[in-house]
Design a protein around this ligand. Structure first.
Ligand code: NAP
Length: 332
């Protein structure tokens, strides 16, 4: 008898903030294993803001998710059966076959996790795509220098917490922004020099003037909206902005910055970041980051919900600030 997969499918394209009714949990029979294929049971599913873009029909750098088909995303699983010479039962693998508990894939679509005693789910967060995004944004795009002042928005999230720590290691002065007092306290433990709770700061302009009197040399932008407006007003001459994400606008709210003239006045360089453009450096990042985690020089927080059915709520939670560090779903 063939194995069964449970998967979350997209029922309709969300308007605004997605709701649980936009998704359905369905049972799908898996095909019998062919030569070169592997059956994997997922243990950890990644929950990422970029998935919101793929729920819309708008043209982007990745195609939209199909309706009534499986969603996908990063996942960590264990090989249950293999007809591929490079994978044996019990191997731990990462894949892009998330939003489901089990799948059959060609071995070429799987990556065996490196040999380390670190928790496997780190490869979805700090040691995976979000960590790599922080590293590439700071070192390959902004070319952050010791002594510079860095502002990071959504600094308590998966990308942000790595950006804060890597920037401190690079000798920068780091200002974070985030949405709760607990997150402010957590970011201080990571070494952030100052943290803005944007929900409790009525005048972001005045706060940035106070915290960065010499100007912001690099802004690592994850949010957009009011924070981008305020940051533009306080960039240093020839400052650099790494445009990594605009989560405040993913559900259709908000509009672009109202003060783009600052880019001219201050000769600011704004560069979009797409982590996949930098994937040839992933090995370099990973080698450094694994050593740093093993030595306790880097930390990672995670927010975990349990069970495949919790995936839509976990995803919606990203837009409500319900995560500190990486948002994950753990499967039994
Ligand atoms: N360009 C790339 O290649 C690339 C790769 C990975 C990620 N990204 C982008 O990087 C950003 C962070 O991703 P992540 O995976 O690390 O997610 P995350 O930061 O772990 O989670 C999202 C966080 O964003 C904040 N947020 C949500 N809605 C907001 C709003 N309206 N205004 C202000 N803050 C809001 C929330 O924290 P608060 O408590 O601070 O509100 C929430 O916890 C996202 O924009 C994502 O799309 C880009």
């Amino acid at each position: 008898m063939n194995a069964i997969s449970h998967q979350i499918q997209l029922l309709r394209r969300p308007t605004g903030l997605p709701t649980p009714d936009d998704f359905a949990l369905r049972e799908v029979p898996l095909p019998a294993l062919q030569e070169g294929e592997v059956l994997v049971t997922n243990q950890w599913l990644s929950v990422d803001p970029y998935m919101r873009g793929r729920m819309s029909e708008a043209k982007s750098y990745v195609p939209p998710f199909p309706l009534n088909g499986p969603l996908d995303g990063g996942a960590i699983g264990v090989v249950e059966a293999s007809r591929h010479p490079d994978f044996a039962v019990g191997d731990r693998v990462s894949s892009m076959q998330g939003w489901r508990d089990r799948f059959v894939a060609n071995g070429a679509q799987l990556t065996r996790l490196p040999d380390t005693r670190l928790p496997p789910q780190l490869f979805l967060g700090a040691l995976g795509m979000p960590g790599m995004t922080a590293w590439a944004g700071l070192h390959k795009v902004a070319r952050l220098q010791a002594g510079e002042t860095l502002l990071v928005s959504a600094s308590s999230g998966a990308v942000g917490t790595m950006a804060v720590q890597l920037a401190k290691q690079a000798g920068a002065r780091v200002i974070g922004s985030t949405g709760s007092a607990d997150k402010v306290a957590y970011l201080k433990t990571l070494g952030a020099d100052a943290v803005i709770n944007y929900r409790e700061t009525p005048d972001l302009d005045a706060e940035l003037a106070r915290l960065a009197p010499e100007g912001i040399h690099v802004y690592f932008e994850n949010v957009g909206g009011a924070m981008l407006d305020a940051a533009l007003n306080h960039m240093a001459l020839h400052g650099r902005i790494v445009l990594c994400g605009l989560i405040a606008q993913y559900n259709g709210q908000g509009s672009g910055p109202r003060n783009l003239a600052q880019v001219i006045r201050k000769r600011i360089l704004i560069q979009g970041l797409l982590v996949s453009d930098h994937w040839q450096h992933y090995g370099e990042f990973l080698a450094e980051a694994i050593l740093a985690f093993e030595a306790g020089a880097l930390q990672a927080e995670e927010t975990v919900s349990t069970g495949l059915a919790s995936m839509p709520q976990a995803f919606i939670g990203l837009f409500e600030g319900r995560n500190t560090g990486k948002m994950l779903v753990k499967l039994d």
